[in-house]
Ligand binder design. Structure first.
Ligand SMILES: Nc1ncnc2c1ncn2[C@@H]1O[C@H](COP(=O)(O)OP(=O)(O)OP(=O)(O)O)[C@@H](O)[C@H]1O
Length: 242
């Protein structure tokens, strides 16, 4: 479903110097599987997630997303898929919205608005009818046992509830894939386990899951299908081996 071919991302850090955060990475992620990126701080995990999630463009190499069901996609020869590294910006944005749901470190929920409104937020730019989005958000709140907090400002919620709001928000546009960056960084081990259980259920429902983490609870999880270890922007080990 997701294939990276010799992807490199280089940042200019001054007029004369550049830094290569992701260096010649080739990786295949099958649909409906869970892939964990592990590695020390600065090894390029977040940058690789951003590349896969169409949030930034590679300096070189190709990123292919196949079988993504958007109208744009359907108008294209599906057997060839998309090379997201060569698409114009607005198509990238559309693909990002319809393909990926994002869970960030510290969850990035907006204080002062309700849990329900937080969950609905990623759907606003799609122009979908509000009552339809609201109904879907309510259903997600029910699924994640959050209904009684529908109208609570998120600052009233516990750590576990915030985590479930973040997962529900990532699902509001019914994405094919979930991308999570260090989702357990601020959770105790019990909540981290709970997170992996929830995310494992999403995998069981057919979602592709991609997580960057240096938490052993995540990368040692029995739910992972593939663990990719990074160092200095490169893949240094992959389980199972390719
Ligand atoms: N926009 C940028 N400009 C310059 N350097 C960057 C930029 N973004 C990331 N980097 C550098 O690229 C390297 C990889 O960063 P990245 O955030 O991908 O690592 P990481 O493995 O996710 O680290 P952590 O586990 O600490 O989040 C780091 O040295 C970082 O400073």
């Amino acid at each position: 479903m997701i294939a990276l071919q010799q992807v490199t991302k280089t940042f200019s850090i001054s007029p004369t110097t550049s830094f290569t955060a992701v260096d010649n990475v080739s990786l295949t992620i099958e649909r409906g599987t869970m892939t964990i990126l592990k590695g020390p701080s600065g090894s390029g995990k977040t940058t690789l997630l951003a590349l896969i999630g169409c949030m930034t463009r590679p300096s070189s190499g190709r990123i292919m997303l196949q079988g993504v069901e958007t109208s744009f996609f359907q108008a294209t020869d599906r057997s060839e898929g998309f090379d997201s590294s060569s698409l114009p910006e607005r198509f990238l944005t559309e693909i990002r919205r319809s393909t990926f749901g994002f869970i960030f470190q510290q969850f990035n929920l907006i204080k002062g608005i309700s849990a329900l409104q937080n969950i609905m937020l990623p759907a606003y730019p799609t122009g979908e009818q509000q009552p339809v989005v609201r109904q879907r958000a309510v259903e997600l709140m029910e699924q994640f046992d959050l209904l009684r907090h529908c109208n609570s400002p998120v600052e009233w919620l516990s750590g576990g509830e915030l985590q479930r709001v973040a997962i529900a928000r990532a699902l509001i546009n019914n994405p094919i894939a979930i991308i999570a960056d260090e989702p357990t960084a601020h959770l105790d081990s019990q909540l981290s386990q709970a997170f992996m259980e929830s995310i494992g259920l999403l995998k069981d429902s057919g979602k592709t899951v991609l997580i960057a983490s240096h938490d052993p609870i995540v990368y040692n999880s029995s739910r992972a299908d593939q663990v990719v270890e990074m160092r200095d922007g490169r893949i240094v080990q992959q389980e199972p081996p390719v």
